[in-house]
Design a protein around this ligand. Structure first.
Ligand SMILES: Cc1ncc(COP(=O)(O)O)c(C=O)c1O
Ligand SMILES: N[C@@H](CCOP(=O)(O)O)C(=O)O
Length: 478
């Protein structure tokens, strides 16, 4: 499989190249030249597979330049019950992403049983193993520059701890993550992990990552790579659990299901789009936002209007306090018939005037009719009520992001169509709001006892690309 850029300005590349590269040379994002289709017979055979075997089947359609035996070994090493048993369902750990049924046709797909208690572990653990494999082949090193609103950072750092040839430079918004998220990241003392808290929002951090990646000379000299969902391998690995969830909720391939996905950077729901494009019988993909409702606004109106950091709310689902959704560019690329020039022009418009408007474009109605997208948004009051109700009615405690999705899912349920709500984090990560909602402390996995009391290590910086570049240069010596 070959990959091109959403902005039409890069030569086709192999999977192993885009894995280590991050942003494409023209500032766009890597996309496969086409989506491999899954046959009905394959779907039937895949129903019985373990998570690791299913991941192998899906990934091998995209990572065609990695020898099959090597890829199989990498996924088997990644998707084990030992790695994905940290959460609340150890008895179901073999399933990796168990499905919890709340009532007929309403389910939660558990994605947060990995080492850092958020869905990011699903892809990040694989990325850690893929990086190690690719770097060993070329005997080279990689300096990962990432941006996090709280969960990508810890997932990446836990996945890359002690990996030979890998350093992690992780930018986070100073003072805007939960106490638990901060402790997970900043308490790591590993020599290859560098936490940088910037005086800004997640979008500022992501802008710095993109600016550094667009300085091609610096990127090459410092061997910069990415672990954010701008890296295609991240979203591809996330597509696997849509298949797993579909198989768990259905008994035959004639059935359809819908998914509601808490959305910020649009990576998770884009993974559902990939699965749907491959032929998984998904009826709707519903993007649920918090008060930062850029994506909901687009799906309702056709206007994609990014917000400045000063206009981005700090909410109680802080990992979704995002107003520039990186992966949305990938969906627009598909919506506009893989027209890289058109995508480039739209993102130039975003840079110059802060928005683009597809409301009159003939493709806009296809967001729903052809691609199945829907959307909705949720507020702090909605979150509190949803957390309370979900616990009272079903005895299940959910985190604030999953609550955003649960609230929106109720608006999109249809008779006879299972609705799968994607659980993206465990409640302990956002314990303050969960307590506000229920009056109770969220359960804490024993491995995280007292984590907030450990010594923390982190550099605080202004939003400044050069300062970040200087910091990296000093630490790498390259
Ligand atoms: C807990 C949690 N839920 C939801 C999201 C949104 O996912 P995405 O950015 O892939 O849309 C994130 C981070 O992005 C997150 O950390
Ligand atoms: N919510 C994310 C933001 C970054 O998203 P990514 O999927 O692009 O890595 C986080 O927790 O950091």
């Amino acid at each position: 499989m070959q990959y091109v850029s959403t902005r039409g300005g890069s030569a086709p590349q192999e999977f192993s190249q885009i894995l280590l590269e991050g942003l494409a040379v023209d500032g766009g994002l890597a996309m496969p030249v086409s989506y491999p289709k899954v046959t009905d017979a394959e779907l039937t055979a895949w129903r019985k597979l373990s998570y690791a075997d299913l991941a192998f089947k899906i990934l091998s359609k995209f990572a065609t330049d990695i020898p099959a035996d090597d890829l199989r070994a990498l996924v088997k090493k990644t998707y084990t019950a030992q790695v994905y048993c940290n959460g609340r369902n150890p008895a179901q750990a073999n399933e990796i992403t168990p499905l919890t049924t709340l009532e007929k046709d309403l389910h939660i797909l558990e994605l947060s049983n990995g080492p850092t208690l958020a869905f990011k572990d699903m892809a990040m653990q694989l990325l850690g193993n893929l990086f190690e494999y690719a770097l060993a082949k070329t005997n080279s090193e990689l300096n990962i520059l990432g941006a996090t609103s709280g969960d990508t950072g810890s997932a990446a750092e836990y996945a890359m701890r002690g990996k030979r040839g890998v350093r992690v430079f992780m930018l986070s918004p100073h003072g805007k993550m939960s106490a638990f998220q901060r402790a997970q990241m900043y308490s790591l003392q590993d020599e290859n992990i560098f936490n940088i808290a910037i005086r800004g929002m997640f979008d500022d951090a992501q802008d710095i990552v993109k600016a550094v990646s667009n300085d091609h000379a610096f990127k090459a000299r410092q061997k910069i790579g990415t672990v954010n969902s701008i890296n295609w391998a991240r979203v591809l690995a996330q597509a696997v659990y849509y298949f797993k969830g579909y198989f768990a909720a259905t008994t035959s391939n004639d059935q359809q299901v819908s998914f509601t996905v808490p959305s910020g950077n649009f990576g998770n729901v884009l993974a559902g789009h990939i699965a749907r494009q491959m032929g998984l019988p998904i009826r709707r993909l519903v993007a649920a936002t918090n008060e930062n409702n850029v994506l909901d606004e687009f799906f309702r109106t056709g206007v994609y209007r990014v917000r400045k950091s000063s206009e981005t709310y700090e909410t109680s689902s802080p990992s979704m306090d995002i107003s520039k959704a990186s992966n949305f560019e990938r969906f627009v690329y598909d919506l506009l018939g893989q027209d890289g020039a058109a995508v480039k022009a739209l993102w130039q418009q975003v840079d110059s005037q802060g928005y683009f408007d597809l409301s009159q474009h003939p493709a806009f109605p296809e967001t729903a009719s052809r691609y199945g997208f829907g959307s909705g948004c949720s507020t702090h009051a909605d979150r509190l009520q949803t957390i309370r109700e979900t616990q009272a009615k079903y005895g299940v405690l959910i985190d604030t992001h999953t609550a955003d999705a649960m609230k929106v899912a109720q608006e999109w349920r249809e008779p006879g169509i299972p609705m799968l709500v994607l659980e993206t984090a465990l409640p302990i990560k956002f314990a303050e709001t969960v307590k506000e909602a229920t009056g109770q402390a969220a359960p804490r996995p024993p491995a995280f006892a007292g984590i907030e009391d450990l010594p923390q290590r982190c550099e605080v910086m202004d939003v400044n690309v050069q300062t970040v570049k200087d910091f990296i240069t000093q630490r790498t010596g390259l």
